[in-house]
Design a binder for this molecule. Sequence first.
Ligand code: PXG
Ligand code: PLP
Length: 442
Amino acid sequence: MTSRPVIDDLSSFWMPFTANRQFKAAPRLIEGAKGMYYRATDGRDILDGCAGLWCVNAGHCRDEIVAAIQQQAATLDFAPTFQMGHPLAFEAASKVAAIMPDGLDRIFFTNSGSESVDTALKIALAYHRARGEGQRTRLIGRERGYHGVGFGGISVGGIAPNSKAFSGALLPSVDHLPHTHAPEHNAFTKGQPAWGAHLADELERIVALHDPSTIAAVIVEPLAGSTGVLVPPEGYLQKLREICTKHGILLIFDEVITGFGRLGKATAAEYFGVTPDLMTLAKAINNAAIPMGAVAAHRNVYDTIVNAGAVNGIELFHGYTYSAHPMAAAAAIATLDLYAGEQLFERAASKAPKFEAAAHALRDAPHVKDVRNLGMVAGIELESRDGAPGARAYEAFVKCFEAGVLVRYTSDILAFSPPLIIEDDQIEQIFSTVRKVLETVK
Ligand code: PXG
Ligand code: PLP
């Protein structure tokens, strides 16, 4: 690809989660976006197969969201939400609450998924302390879980490279459930695998090992996104819920990716019919137009913490300068109106069978060893090259970009999570491009 030079110097920006030297030697630069497409700096349109980073669920630069942000920028740029308020913060919280599962209608705003995770873990500890069970400090995550990059998130997360360099400084008192990925039983499953619900019973073992009265919370992604689209086995999340309830442990669903329509419902909790006590949100909460995240807390959790002390005392010593930033809140309100007005969650559900069929049509493409999917998420796992894990998927990602389709990759897994406005021919274009690319990848 021949890039039109738009900037002279790539050296100052220390890029996140990027091979900086490799990228800066052959950059891929985006300068615009509209609807289903990015525009690269060489003028090419790139079909967005992953909604940016799983976040632009309504498509790019939607007029309604752009207008809301522009108007807000000129009306109230910033207002504190510590001992102060502005109307849009409350309105945005009510709108989020309205589409949460029953009871999860107390909304704490953050600026990212990572902050949402740290916030949820702290709320869990504060909740138990407010109930007189301050000894409940242990947190349980899961192997192959991604919960962002804060110290809390990497501690409960289950991705070794994300914590290796920092392993001396992780949270103490953390344990991990086994992951649920079992290709020997479940390869090429469409939707939820039938095998694997019993993996939730491991929680009973961990609980018994540590004594249930020491455990504050269990945090899992209902469907693991970043680590390669791991779909929960049938009945697995229900079992986790039962075990948590039995032992007074809070269940946290990290719905940073699954929230706001990705599975064809407002939340994965709604999709699976399993209600957690706390839910972390971010990304599509406002179509990623301005950084924003949130924790949806069950009102019992809120009431327990908020009613514990004196009326004039701050109940939770936690918050961010930009919690419920006016522009982020304006974008959230416009986004949630757009999701409702265009029935985008229902649209995702109606497109899911087509998306599933298109993904699974690649099962006989070169290098493919598994295809898995749920809602508007799919993962295609490739055989790794000998001695070079990740190299094949990276090459496929670069070639797809050159061929005009943006996909995500993680190790040797290609991940697909397009904006929910996608049309049938665009679904075809994504997967036919991937097939052609795989035919050229060594
Ligand atoms: N929890 C989950 C489940 C996530 O997927 C976070 C927390 C952290 O959110 P922030 O906003 O702090 O990044 C995430 C983020 C990828 C990819 O390509 C996924 C994420 C972020 C960047 C890339 O899979 N997920
Ligand atoms: N560091 C310093 C010195 C600060 O004063 C603050 C906030 O006032 C922070 C970090 C936290 O920043 P934020 O509230 O944006 O997370």
